[in-house]
Ligand binder design. Sequence first.
Ligand code: FMN
Length: 198
Amino acid sequence: MTVRTPDHEIDPLFLERWSPRAFDGSDVPDADLQAMFEAARWAPSAYNSQPWHFLYAKRGDANWERFLSLLIPFNQGWAYSASVLIYMISDTMPATGKDGAPQPSSTHAFDSGAAWASLALQATRMGYHAHGMSGIQYELARAELGLPERYQLNAACVIGRIGDPAQLDEKQRAREFPSGRKPQSAFVHAGNWPADLP
Ligand SMILES: Cc1cc2nc3c(=O)[nH]c(=O)nc-3n(C[C@H](O)[C@H](O)[C@H](O)COP(=O)(O)O)c2cc1C
């Protein structure tokens, strides 16, 4: 079990956010979900283009089972216990051109990642956990979600309250704790690309 200790002082929220796989399935009230989407709404983006879209299903609603079935089987195996499942999409052609004309964007996924991070941190702040997933059956999901060509399906996430790890299989249970991180020296570089890195 890793205890998260930062090398420099930061807001504890950054350390409290982690990605469990056991959730308790309890309802996330709409007002709480709206607060998480609100945090996403205020994320920064190139030209303030706000290219993110979120398609969500809540446990037990008309879309829940269908949304779950679009994940890869490994993720279905634990995500079923969460309370909200969200597909995170970005507009590859946001309205940043002249008179709001659609323009190709090189940052649509980057901007949408900032929105997802905001959502996850707000969820943490409210006592929930969010767990991102790229284990999606992408082609099937695109078709089932009715995505037009112009939109990119980036990732999914679930949100819920943490549950009993006993409900996980043995392998997942062994990994059900907050992970550590590389030191800053592995990814922060003063000046040019370091010659000793590939
Ligand atoms: C874009 C993205 C995709 C991920 N895909 C999966 C996934 O398909 N299945 C899974 O169990 N975890 C997935 N994760 C969770 C990561 O493994 C996890 O965030 C990472 O190990 C760091 O751990 P932490 O979030 O607990 O700090 C994903 C996370 C992100 C941000």
